[in-house]
Design a protein around this ligand. Structure first.
Ligand code: AMX
Length: 440
C-alpha cells in the first residue's frame, strides 16, 4: 500500500459513517427547492450534488478543502528553487483534505513519474486522426484509448466488492494523471511541431516541469507558469460541466478513463473550457482590427460594445456562479505583473479589465460582468511562445483531471449511487402551474 492509499484507507470508514448517519438521522430534511426559473435555467443554484474536494462561494471564489487560493499559494510545497505550488500538492489536498508536507508532494511526484508510459496503441490511434483535428478531440480519443489498461474495469469484471471500488479508482487515477502530460505533449508535438517528439526528462523533475520539457519549452518561467496553471484549474466544485460529467458517467460505474474522457468532451465547449482560446482570439482580433499595439481605451470600449450588439459573448467575462473577479484570474494577473509587466498583450488584458465590466453592466444581461480565469491564460502562454490557441483547453483538461479524479475516488469511497434525477415535460409544468394557481 502506498502512503496515499494508507491515508485514505484510514479516513474512509469515518467519512462513510458520517454519510450513513446523515442519511439515517436527517434523511427527510430538505436542502433545496427548485423554482421554474431554475428548472428552465440550467439548474443554476440548485443544491443537487455532493462534492468533497472544493466549494465555490459566489463572492469569495473557490476554496479547495477549505483553503483559498492566496492561502495555498503560500502554503503548498514548491519545486526546488521555484515560487509556484506543485500540482502534486493540490492533488494531495483535494484527495485527503490534508495540506501536504514537501515529502508528501514529492512522493506523489515520484509515483506519477514512475507510471509515465503511453501504451503503444494509444499513439497509433492518435496518429490515425487528421493532424488538424482539434487537440481536445485528440485528447478525448487518447484517454478513451488508454481505457484498455483500466484496473477498475478489470477488477469490476472479476467481482470486486463495492466497498473496495475506491482502490482501483485511485489506481486508475494515478496512472491516468501520470500519463496525461505525455499524451498532451504527444498531441502538441504532432499537431504543431511537425511530429518531432521529445523524451521525458530524468525522474528527478516534477510532473509539471517534465510536462513543460516534453512540450518543448526550456524556459524555467514556463515551467513555473505551468505549475501555477495546473494548480489553479484543478477543481471548481462539482456542478461545472466537466466535473459534473465525470461524476455522472462515473456513477454508472464506468471506469475513470471513460468518465474522464466524457468530462473532457464537456470541457471542450466554448462556454466552458474552450473560452481560454476564445478569449485570446478575441484580444488578437481586436488588436489587429484596431491597428496593432495597445489600443486606446475608447477604441476597446467601442469594439466590446459592437461585439455585444452582434449578439456575441465577450469570452473570459461572466460566470455561472461567481459574482466577483475570479481569484484564479487574480493569481494569473499577479504572475504577469511579476514576470511580464510590459508585455503588450498583458497591457491589453489589463486595459480590458478596467473597461469590459462597465460595458457589460450597461448592456444589462450578464449577471457577473467580471473577468473569469480564461481572460488571462492565453496571454501568459503566448509570452513564453506557446501560441497555438487550440491547445490551451488541453492544458485546462490536464489540470481538471486532478480534481475530478480525486472526486471520483470519493464518489466510490462513499458508495454514491447511479445518478438519476427526475425530468418533467413542458406539459407537466403547464399542468402543475394550472393546479397551483388559485381559482378566481
Ligand atoms: N458576454 C456577453 N453576454 C454574456 C456574457 C459575456 N461574457 N456572460 C453572460 N452573458 C449573457 C448570457 O449569454 C445570457 O444571455 P441570454 O439571456 O441572451 O442567454 C445572459 O448574459 C445571462 O447569463 P448569466 O446568467 O450571467 O450567465 P450564464 O450562467 O448563463 O453563463 C457563462 C455563464 C460563463 C457561460 C457566460 O458568462 C459566458 O458565456 N461567458 C463568456 C464565455 C466564458 O468566458 N466562459 C468561461 C467560463 C469559465 C469556465 O467555465 N471556464
Amino acid at each position: 500500500m502506498t502512503p496515499l492509499e494508507k491515508k485514505l484507507a484510514e479516513m474512509i470508514p469515518s467519512v462513510r459513517e458520517e454519510r450513513r448517519a446523515l442519511a439515517r438521522d436527517h434523511g427527510d430534511e430538505a436542502v433545496a427547492t427548485v423554482s421554474i426559473t431554475q428548472l428552465l435555467g440550467g439548474l443554476r443554484g440548485v443544491r443537487g450534488l455532493v462534492t468533497e474536494t472544493s466549494v465555490l462561494d459566489p463572492h469569495e471564489g473557490i476554496r479547495f478543502r477549505g483553503h483559498t487560493i492566496p492561502e495555498l499559494l503560500q502554503r503548498l510545497p514548491r519545486a526546488q528553487g521555484g515560487t509556484q505550488p506543485l500540482p502534486e500538492g493540490i492533488f494531495h489536498l483535494l484527495l485527503t483534505g490534508e495540506l501536504p508536507s514537501r515529502s508528501d508532494a514529492m512522493e506523489i511526484s515520484a509515483e506519477w513519474r514512475r507510471r509515465e508510459r503511453l501504451p503503444e496503441h494509444v499513439t497509433r490511434v492518435i496518429d490515425a486522426v487528421p493532424r488538424d483535428a482539434h487537440p481536445m478531440t485528440q485528447l478525448t480519443i487518447g484517454i478513451a484509448a488508454m481505457q484498455t489498461e483500466s484496473v477498475f474495469a478489470r477488477r469490476y469484471r472479476e467481482g470486486i466488492e463495492r466497498a473496495q471500488l475506491w482502490e482501483p479508482t485511485l489506481e486508475d487515477a494515478m496512472t491516468l494523471i501520470a500519463r496525461l502530460p505525455l499524451l498532451a505533449a504527444y498531441i502538441y508535438r504532432r499537431s504543431f511541431r511537425g511530429g518531432e517528439h521529445l523524451p521525458a526528462a530524468d525522474r528527478t523533475l516534477d510532473w509539471a516541469g517534465n510536462f513543460a520539457r516534453m512540450l518543448g519549452f526550456e524556459d524555467p518561467g514556463f515551467a513555473e507558469l505551468l505549475r501555477l496553471y495546473l494548480f489553479l484549474l484543478s477543481d471548481h466544485e462539482g456542478g461545472n460541466v466537466s466535473a459534473h460529467t465525470v461524476h455522472l458517467v462515473g456513477s454508472a460505474l464506468s471506469d475513470p478513463y471513460l468518465a474522464l474522457s466524457a468530462g473532457m468532451n464537456g470541457l471542450a465547449g466554448p462556454l466552458h473550457g474552450l473560452a481560454n482560446q476564445e478569449a485570446l482570439r478575441f484580444i488578437l482580433e481586436m488588436r489587429d482590427r484596431l491597428g496593432g499595439g495597445v489600443p486606446a481605451r475608447a477604441a476597446i470600449e467601442s469594439h466590446v460594445r459592437q461585439t455585444l450588439e452582434t449578439g456575441r459573448v465577450i469570452p473570459g467575462y461572466g460566470h455561472a456562479v461567481l459574482r466577483t473577479t475570479d481569484p484564479r484570474y487574480v493569481a494569473q494577473r499577479n504572475f504577469a505583473l511579476a514576470h511580464m509587466p510590459d508585455d503588450e498583450l498583458f497591457r491589453i488584458v489589463d486595459a480590458m479589465q478596467e473597461i469590459v465590466p462597465a460595458v457589460l453592466r450597461r448592456h444589462g444581461k450578464a449577471k457577473s460582468p467580471w473577468p473569469n480565469v480564461d481572460a488571462h491564460t492565453g496571454v501568459l502562454l503566448v509570452h513564453y511562445g506557446l501560441e497555438e490557441h487550440d491547445f490551451y483547453t488541453v492544458l485546462f483538461g490536464v489540470s481538471r483531471a486532478l480534481g475530478t479524479l480525486a472526486s471520483l475516488v470519493w464518489d466510490r469511497a462513499l458508495g454514491l449511487p447511479i445518478e438519476r434525477p427526475k425530468s418533467v415535460s413542458l406539459e407537466w409544468l403547464r399542468e402543475h402551474v394550472r393546479e397551483m394557481t388559485p381559482k378566481a
